[in-house]
Design a protein around this ligand. Structure first.
Ligand SMILES: [Zn+2]
Length: 378
């Protein structure tokens, strides 16, 4: 098929075959090696003696009491006794007697003692477990969901293609309509529809960063929006014809006119759905009860409320102000393409790792890959 050269908008180079590779930005407890702690090991010269001392040891000084329940007690002829820090200045033999071990067992255990480093915490992912095992035998309870986030199997092919399609749209809007300004798209993952689409308004006001604008445009779909006057030019003189094939019960007031026209008229984007579910009324939200799993259910149950249950795709990693705004607006997942110097999701900090916050979203980075499957940038 021939290119339509009459199109006024510059076309993307489609032979680039753009695809994006999506990977989860996990918190440090999942992305770093498990730390180690110093313990005393006792080596018995006769393996048969192990069962003699183990009964008493596991009763009087269980690993659970030392927060080392994730470890096994014995490796070959070595027995894990206790953490070096537990002694509080006492000798090892005195400490072992103070916890109730018999004199004979203490003598046996203290014959050949050395210090050694073992994993201090349970392994959360298999790669951490395999590494921890090289130091000391460990127990491991795999978490299928976290494992799938780590290895990328969380998304099936259909979902990966959808991410690519949205990143493709984001790239088109950024390059063709917004002069490379940061852009963002909010998606309802239930319908795969575009709820809102915004670019940076930093030229209007220094706080109107792209994610702030996006949250504001989502609010427009719920009869809100703090910057209606400032952005009114984006939503004026809309040609009603382009709304004709849009579902009656959805609302498109979060999408600026020129973006809507591009999506509706450009062959590349014509299968992208637009529109948000209409608000069902004001919902009282108890923030302390929120978590990611509940968010989708809440969207289903109560209808749209801020960004509850919604996924946000951003061309750039958000700054701390914007990342917090996405926490307050209860976004479900945040996908971003390029890292920012002041980014708050991986570059400067991982805001989603701050436990004290009352809402946590999942974070993913979408990196562009070329035809040879190499990342175009990191
Ligand atoms: Zn920002």
């Amino acid at each position: 098929m021939e290119d339509d050269n009459s199109r006024p908008i510059k076309r993307l180079k489609l032979n680039d075959n753009p695809e994006w590779y999506t990977s989860a930005i996990l918190t440090d407890e999942y992305s770093k090696e498990v730390p180690r702690v110093r313990v005393y090991l006792s080596e018995l010269d006769n393996k048969r003696l192990i069962s003699n001392v183990m009964q008493e040891l596991s009763k009087m000084l269980p690993l659970e009491r030392m927060n080392l329940h994730h470890l096994k007690r014995v490796r070959q002829q070595n027995i894990l006794l206790c953490q070096v820090n537990d002694l509080n200045g006492q000798s090892l033999s005195r400490y072992l007697e103070s916890v109730g071990l018999s004199h004979n067992v203490v003598n046996l255990l203290c014959k050949n003692v050395r210090e050694y480093d073992v994993p201090a915490l349970p392994s959360l992912l298999r790669w951490q477990y395999e590494l921890a095992q090289t130091y000391w035998p460990c127990k491991f309870h795999p978490d299928k969901y976290m494992e799938s986030l780590h290895n990328g199997s969380i998304f099936n092919e259909k979902e990966r293609n959808f991410h690519s399609k949205i990143m493709h749209l984001l790239e088109g809007i950024t390059n063709e309509l917004e002069h490379s300004k940061p852009c963002g798209i909010c998606i309802d993952p239930r319908t795969k529809g575009v709820v809102a689409l915004a670019s940076s308004g930093a030229l209007i006001s220094p706080v109107m960063h792209c994610p702030m604008m996006l949250v504001d445009f989502v609010a427009r779909t719920q009869d809100g929006g703090a910057w209606r006057q400032e952005v009114s030019h984006e939503f004026q003189n809309v040609n009603e014809d382009i709304y004709n094939d849009i579902k009656v019960n959805s609302v498109i007031s979060g999408i600026p006119k020129r973006v809507l026209e591009l999506i509706r008229t450009d062959e590349r984007f014509k299968d992208i759905k637009v529109g948000a579910e209409l608000p069902r009324g004001k919902i009282k939200c108890d923030a302390s009860e929120q978590n990611t799993a509940q968010n989708v259910d809440n969207l289903e149950k109560y209808g749209p409320y801020l960004c509850t249950g919604y996924d946000l795709y951003l061309s750039q990693e958000p700054c701390l102000m914007c990342a917090m705004a996405l926490v307050h607006s209860r976004a479900r997942r945040v996908f971003f393409e390029k890292c920012s110097n002041n980014g708050a999701l991986v570059t400067r900090l991982k805001l989603h790792a701050v436990r004290e916050l009352n809402h946590h979203y999942e974070v993913f980075q979408c990196k562009k890959i070329d035809q040879t499957n190499h990342l175009i940038y990191s």
